[in-house]
Design a protein around this ligand. Structure first.
Ligand code: ADP
Length: 224
């Protein structure tokens, strides 16, 4: 597969998999998992790639704190099983839904799996963007190329009157990308269907490919 953005050193560390892409966010709740799922579907359907999807967001970062437990070794061994212990077959791309944040777990995943690249998802809000920048620095530190920033919940277009509202602000991810000299890959609107399709287990790119959000995911998949 020709892949300009991801021509990378020795390549991923799982046999049979050409590229491993992490979908990351500095902060939880910004739509990282939703983006990972819809991009995986878009890469498979619209870009005709053989795609796998791995949920590495296997623990809420607040749980160990709330329960006063330290589970890092178990988390890493679970991830080890999920990556190397699974018969993934031959894949063009394995999309990894990363745990939110920029701690040791994220660092270990990035290093051990020799990621081909990372996508960073943020809402337009400053607080999410500050954390997204932290994420970008982390990937930079371990030599993982950042494929670009994605702004989720970028705007809301009223389905009745067509008026656009910037519920969480707008354009912050593009400004951050420009400031950090990173690619900006696109804006995903806030849409009821994004949420409802996910809740029903049929991502919007699959069940409503003509929606604005699905088109945005497909457009981003073509750029990856
Ligand atoms: P994260 O993985 O960053 O914690 P999720 O992907 O779980 O975030 O998304 C959090 C919530 O927001 C979910 O209920 C999801 O369906 C919803 N959501 C995410 N992106 C959108 C969007 N563009 N429009 C509407 N709802 C969204």
């Amino acid at each position: 597969r020709e892949h300009s953005a991801m021509a990378f050193k020795g390549g991923p560390s799982i046999p049979g998999i050409k590229d491993i892409i992490a979908v990351a966010s500095g902060k939880g709740g910004v739509g990282k998992s939703t983006t990972a799922v819809n991009l995986a579907v878009a890469l498979a359907k619209a870009c005709q790639q053989n795609v796998g999807l791995l949920d590495a967001d296997i623990y809420g970062p607040s749980i160990p704190t709330m329960m006063n437990i330290f589970r890092k070794p178990e988390v890493m061994s679970a991830l080890e099983k999920l990556t190397r212990g699974v018969a993934w077959g031959n894949l063009d791309i394995l999309v990894i839904d990363m745990p939110p944040g920029t701690g040791d777990a994220q660092l270990s995943i990035s290093q051990r799996l020799q990621l081909s690249g990372a996508l960073i998802v943020s809402t337009p809000q400053d607080i999410a963007l500050i954390d997204a920048q932290r994420g970008a620095f982390m990937f930079h530190k371990v030599d993982v190329p950042i494929l670009g920033l994605i702004e989720n919940m970028s705007f809301f277009k009223c389905p009745k009157c067509g008026e656009k509202s910037d519920i969480f602000g707008h354009g912050g991810a593009k400004r951050t990308a420009d400031k950090m000299n990173l690619d900006f890959l696109g804006e995903i609107p806030l849409e009821v269907q994004v949420r409802s399709c996910s809740d029903e287990g049929s991502p919007i790119v699959m069940s409503s490919p003509d929606s604005l959000a699905a088109k945005a995911y497909i457009d981003i998949a073509h750029k990856v």
